[in-house]
Design a protein around this ligand. Sequence first.
Ligand code: PNS
Length: 156
Amino acid sequence: MHVVYPGSFDPLTMGHVSIVERAAQLFDQVSVLISYNPEKASWFSAEERVEQVQTVFAKDSRVKVDLWSGLLVEYAKVHKIDAIVKGVRSAADLSYEQVMAEANHQIGEGLETVVLLAPGALQGVSSSLVRQIHSLGGDVSAFVPPSVLEKLKQLK
Ligand code: PNS
């Protein structure tokens, strides 16, 4: 089975890394999809985010990275994706994902979403939290891979 794991990944966190690793244990191929909106401001460009994921999963042939600015279900159709994978940290995440999963199921002709649970220690970790802590001078080394930490430090 070939699954897609979509997100903004701005930046990639240890929570994302854990979900990719778990998905790669279950499925043959995982495409991490950087879904970007060219009109929306981001910390890292879409290409920089692709590079961050490629760097972390360079040695894992089951994991690929791609960029997409359109509808997720369109990507799934074009690339013959079997299911969407999402990571869920909390009940609030789950109710948000439930709405998206239902919409994607309807407009994606039955496309299913598989939800994986974030590990307990990473339950509070999100890209927005990482951005906030880092911008206020806090230490995010426990929340992002070392290669991403370097990129954060290089930001002006
Ligand atoms: O990391 P994020 O920002 O929570 O990810 C949200 C994302 C990218 C998964 C979601 O916005 C998405 O699927 N965007 C692609 C466009 C699309 O298909 N939108 C309709 C989803 S119901």
